[in-house]
Design a protein around this ligand. Structure first.
Ligand SMILES: Cc1ncc(COP(=O)(O)O)c(C=O)c1O
Length: 436
C-alpha cells in the first residue's frame, strides 16, 4: 500500500475514535533501536518510545532472537495450561518486586486489563467496593479504567459507582493554591477528608501512578505517598501502584516507581515497556491478596509463551545492561539539558519527572501560568519537521513528555535537545509573528 492508501484505509475502515498524532498522520514503516523511519524513508529520533513501551530499543536483537525461537516452538496455550515461559517470567518478577513481597502474578494483555484485575482483587480481598483514585490520573480504556481515570477528556460514558477522586500532588498548579514545602503537603492529608465525606469509611483500596503519565509526568514531593499510605491503611484500604509507565527501571535506580517514595504496595500493575512492544498486562500481588481472588477466571492470551518470553528477555536485558543506572545518569543529563532550555525559552514553565521520564510544561506567561495549549500543538508539528518523536500530555494538552528507550546515551540526548531547541525557536517566532 502507498502512504496515501494507508491513510485513506485508516479513515475508511477504523473507528473515527482512533485518532492519530499530527495534522497529517505519520505512517511509520520500520524501526531500529532509537530510530524510526516513515513511509518516505525519513529517519526520526524516537524520544517517545511508542508511549513508554520501547524500553530497550526498537526490534532489540537479543530480545527478538528469543522471541523468534519461541514463536517456532510453542506459540499459544492460554492460562488453562502450564508453560515454561510464563512460569519463568512470574518467578523473575517475584524476585524484583519491592522487598520481594509481591510474588503472585496474573498475566493479561494490556494495562487496562491489569488494572481491572487489580481492582477486582482489591474488592474481593477487602470485601469493600470503594476505591480512591487521583485527579489527573490515567488508568486505561475499559469502563472501570475510565472510571478510575481523573481526566474528563479520557472518560467516555457514565462513570462507574464506587470510585472517588482525591487531589493529586500537582505542585506547579497546587489544587489548594499553596506552595511546597510550606503547604505541609495538604493534598496528602486531604485524602482523609475525602474518605470521611465521600465514602462509607471502609475502602477497598487506593490506586495511583507514582508519576502521572498521561497527566503530564506530575511528580509528587517526597512525603506525599507516605502520608497518603497511613490514611489509606487506617481506613482498611490496600495500595495499588499503577506501574504501567513507571515500571522496569524507567525512573532510575529502582525497578518500580513507587520505590522512589519508600512505599511497599500490595498490588502493582504493569504493561507497556514490560515486553518492549508485545502486548502484555501484569497484575502482581502479595500472596494473601492474590489468594483473595476466589473463583475461576482465565485469560486466553494471558501468559502467552511468546509474549512471556519477550518480557523475560526484556527484564534480563535491563539487568545485564545495567539500565537502572543508565536511567539515573542519562536521565540526570537529560534533566540538566531541559533546565538549560528552560533558561533560554520563557515558554517553559516547569521541568519535572525522574530518570528517563521527563517533561516540560509550556505556558503563555510564567506569572499567570496560562497553559500554552495551541503553541504545544504547533511544537508537536515542528518536532516532526525536525525529525523527532515526542509525546504530548497534561489535562490542558500543554506538556511535552519524553520517554526514550532506556538504553540511549548522552549523544542521543544532545541530538534530541538540539532538535527540540530548533523546534521551540521556530514555534515561538511563528507565534510572535502571528500575534503582531
Ligand atoms: C498509567 C497507565 N495505566 C494504564 C494504561 C492503560 O494501558 P493500555 O493502553 O495498555 O490498556 C496506561 C496507558 O497509557 C497508562 O499510562
Amino acid at each position: 500500500m502507498t502512504k496515501e492508501e494507508i491513510i485513506l484505509a485508516n479513515k475508511e475502515f477504523l473507528f473515527p475514535a482512533v485518532f492519530h498524532f499530527y495534522k497529517e498522520p505519520l505512517v511509520i514503516a520500520r524501526a531500529k533501536d532509537q530510530y524510526v523511519w516513515d513511509a518516505d524513508g525519513n529517519q526520526y529520533l524516537d524520544f517517545l518510545g511508542g508511549i513508554v513501551t520501547v524500553s530497550v530499543g526498537h526490534c532489540n536483537e537479543q530480545v527478538n532472537a528469543k522471541v523468534h525461537q519461541q514463536l517456532d516452538s510453542l506459540q499459544h496455550v492460554s492460562t488453562l495450561f502450564a508453560n515454561e515461559p510464563q512460569a519463568a517470567l512470574a518467578k523473575k518478577i517475584a524476585s524484583i518486586t519491592p522487598g520481594g513481597k509481591l510474588t503472585k502474578s496474573f498475566f493479561t494483555n494490556s494495562g487496562t486489563e491489569a488494572n481491572e484485575t487489580a481492582i477486582l482483587t482489591a474488592r474481593c480481598y477487602t470485601g469493600s467496593t470503594e476505591i480512591v483514585a487521583l485527579r489527573h490520573s490515567y488508568h486505561g480504556r475499559s469502563a472501570m479504567a475510565m472510571g478510575l481515570t481523573g481526566q474528563g477528556s479520557w472518560r467516555i460514558g457514565p462513570p462507574p459507582a464506587g470510585v472517588v477522586h482525591a487531589h493529586n500532588a500537582y505542585c506547579y498548579r497546587c489544587p489548594f493554591g499553596l506552595t511546597y514545602p510550606e503547604c505541609d503537603v495538604r493534598c496528602a492529608s486531604d485524602v482523609e477528608e475525602l474518605i470521611r465525606t465521600t465514602t462509607t469509611g471502609r475502602i477497598a483500596g487506593f490506586i495511583a501512578e507514582p508519576i502521572q503519565g498521561v497527566g503530564g509526568f506530575i511528580t509528587p514531593p517526597k512525603e506525599y505517598f507516605q502520608i497518603v499510605e497511613k490514611i489509606i491503611r487506617n481506613y482498611g484500604g490496600i495500595w495499588i501502584s499503577d506501574e504501567v509507565q513507571t515500571g522496569w527501571g524507567r525512573t532510575g535506580g529502582k525497578w518500580f516507581g513507587i520505590e522512589q517514595w519508600g512505599v511497599t504496595p500490595d498490588i502493582m500493575t504493569g504493561a507497556k515497556g514490560l515486553a518492549n512492544g508485545s502486548p502484555i498486562g501484569l497484575t502482581v500481588a502479595r500472596p494473601e491478596v492474590a489468594d483473595g481472588l476466589k473463583g475461576v477466571t482465565l485469560s486466553t492470551f494471558g501468559g502467552n509463551p511468546v509474549t512471556a518470553t519477550a518480557a523475560k528477555a526484556v527484564i534480563d536485558y535491563i539487568e545485564d545492561q545495567k539500565l537502572l543506572d543508565n536511567c539515573t545518569t542519562t536521565g540526570a543529563y537529560l534533566r540538566a539539558r531541559f533546565e538549560e532550555l528552560k533558561d533560554k525559552h520563557e515558554i517553559i514553565g516547569d521541568v519535572r519527572g525522574m530518570g528517563l521520564m521527563q517533561a516540560i510544561e509550556l505556558v503563555e506567561d510564567r506569572q499567570t501560568k496560562k497553559p500554552a495549549t495551541a503553541l504545544t500543538a504547533m511544537l508537536i508539528e515542528a518536532t516532526r519537521e525536525n525529525r523527532l518523536l515526542v509525546g504530548k500530555g497534561g489535562l490542558y494538552g500543554n506538556v511535552i513528555r519524553v520517554t526514550p528507550p532506556m538504553n540511549i546515551g548522552r549523544t542521543d540526548v544532545d541530538h534530541f535537545i538540539e532538535a527540540l531547541d530548533k523546534s521551540l525557536v521556530s514555534c515561538t517566532a511563528a507565534a510572535a509573528g502571528s500575534a503582531r
